[in-house]
Design a protein around this ligand. Structure first.
Ligand code: ARG
Length: 330
C-alpha cells in the first residue's frame, strides 16, 4: 500500500518534470518584468533571497491592495497601453509571453495560512516560504502579488475557477489533484510524520498499521495526511480519522486527548510541537512527497510563464535561499 503510493507520487513528480521540460519558453518572464510597475513591492526585486525577510514582507492582502499604479499592465512588455484588454489591433503578433491573470496586473495566490513555515499570519500579514516564493515569481512577471487566505480544500477550486492564478500552500502533487489542476515543477519536499504525546504507546508508523490497532488519528481536512490515513487506517479497519480545519486544531485535540496522534507534514509538525508542551514527533516517516504550485489547466500561457519563472528561481538558488531562512537543517 505504502509502496504503491510512493510510486504514484514519484510518477506524479516525473509528469510534472516532463511537462516542464516540454514547456520551455526560456526566461519568458524577464521581458514582462521590465514593465514600469512600481507597485510590485516585495515582488519586484524578489529574485534575490535577501530582499524579502519575513518581517518586511509586503505580500499580504492588506498591503498589496490599493496601489493601482499598474494601469494597463497585462503582464506584457507593452504595459503602457491604456486598452486594458491588451488586444491591440494592428499587424503585430502578441508577444509570446503574454498571459492573463485573475486580476489584471496582479498575481493572485490562494493559500491556507495555517501551515508554518510555508504560510502563516504574522502581524496581520501572510508570511512564509510560499509567500516569498510567490513574491519572487510575481516580481519576475512584473505583477503585484495578492494573497487570498482560505480553507485548504478551497484552493483547488479557486485555481480551477480562475479566481486565483496560483495555489501555493505546501501542496503535494498527487495523481488525483493532477486531474483537477496542473502542477508546476516541484520546489520543496515534505514528509508526513506522526505527532504523539511524549508518553504515547504509539512509537512508529507500524504501530498505527499493525493488526488489531485502533487509534483515533487527527489530520488537517483534505490534506494528503487525511487521504492516506483514510485509506491505510480507517478503510483498513484500524481506527478512525478525525479531520480538523487547521493542523494546529488537530494538535490541540491531541493535547486534550481527543485524538491519539496527528499525521501532518514535518515542518508544520515541528512548528506546532514547539508551541505545545508534552508532544513529540516520531522518528519514523510515513511518506515523502513533493510540493508544487497548483494552476488552472485552462490558462497555459500563465502556466508557462509561472513555471519558467519558478524554474529560474530554483536554478539560481533563490528558492533554496528562501527555504533556508525558515528551515534550519538539523
Ligand atoms: N502537503 C499536504 C497536502 O498537500 C498538506 C498541505 C497543507 N497546506 C496548508 N497550507 N494548509 O495535502
Amino acid at each position: 500500500m505504502k509502496m504503491k503510493k510512493l510510486t504514484a507520487l514519484l510518477l506524479a513528480s516525473l509528469t510534472a518534470l516532463a511537462m516542464t521540460a516540454c514547456g520551455g519558453t526560456p526566461a519568458a518572464g524577464d521581458n514582462a518584468g521590465s514593465a514600469d510597475n512600481s507597485s510590485a513591492e516585495s515582488g519586484a526585486e524578489g529574485s534575490s533571497a535577501e530582499d524579502s525577510s519575513p518581517e518586511d514582507n509586503d505580500s499580504s492582502e492588506e498591503s498589496a491592495a490599493g496601489e493601482g499604479s499598474s494601469e494597463g499592465n497585462d503582464g506584457s512588455a507593452e504595459g503602457e497601453g491604456t486598452e486594458a484588454s491588451g488586444e491591440a489591433e494592428g499587424s503585430e503578433a502578441p508577444p509570446a509571453e503574454s498571459f492573463t491573470t485573475a486580476v489584471e496586473g496582479k498575481l493572485t495566490m490562494a493559500t491556507n495560512a495555517a501551515f508554518p513555515p510555508y504560510e502563516y499570519v504574522e502581524g496581520g500579514q501572510i508570511a512564509g516560504i510560499d509567500a516569498e516564493i510567490a513574491a519572487a515569481i510575481a516580481g519576475k512577471l512584473g505583477l503585484e502579488l495578492q494573497i487570498d487566505d482560505m480553507e485548504f480544500d478551497s484552493i483547488t477550486e479557486a485555481v480551477k475557477g480562475g479566481k486565483a492564478d496560483i495555489g501555493l500552500a505546501g501542496m503535494t502533487i498527487t495523481p488525483d489533484r493532477q486531474e483537477e489542476v496542473d502542477f508546476t515543477v516541484s520546489y520543496a519536499t515534505g514528509v508526513q510524520v506522526i505527532i504523539v504525546k511524549e508518553d504515547s504507546a504509539i512509537t512508529s508508523v507500524d504501530d498505527l498499521l499493525a493488526e488489531g490497532a485502533n487509534h483515533v488519528v487527527g489530520v488537517q481536512r483534505n490534506t494528503t495526511g487525511h487521504l492516506y490515513t483514510t485509506d491505510d487506517i480507517e478503510k483498513a479497519g484500524l481506527g478512525t480519522i478525525d479531520p480538523y480545519s487547521k493542523g494546529a486544531e488537530a494538535v490541540q485535540a491531541l493535547k486534550t486527548g481527543k485524538v491519539d496522534c496527528v499525521v501532518i507534514d514535518n515542518e508544520p509538525a515541528k512548528a506546532f510541537v514547539n508551541e505545545v508542551e508534552g508532544l513529540k514527533i516520531l522518528d519514523t516517516e510515513y511518506i515523502t512527497e513533493d510540493y508544487a504550485a497548483a494552476m488552472s489547466k485552462s490558462n497555459p500561457a500563465l502556466y508557462e510563464a509561472v513555471n519558467a519563472a519558478l524554474e529560474e528561481l530554483i536554478a539560481d538558488g533563490t528558492v533554496q535561499g528562501i527555504i533556508d531562512k525558515y528551515i534550519t537543517a538539523e
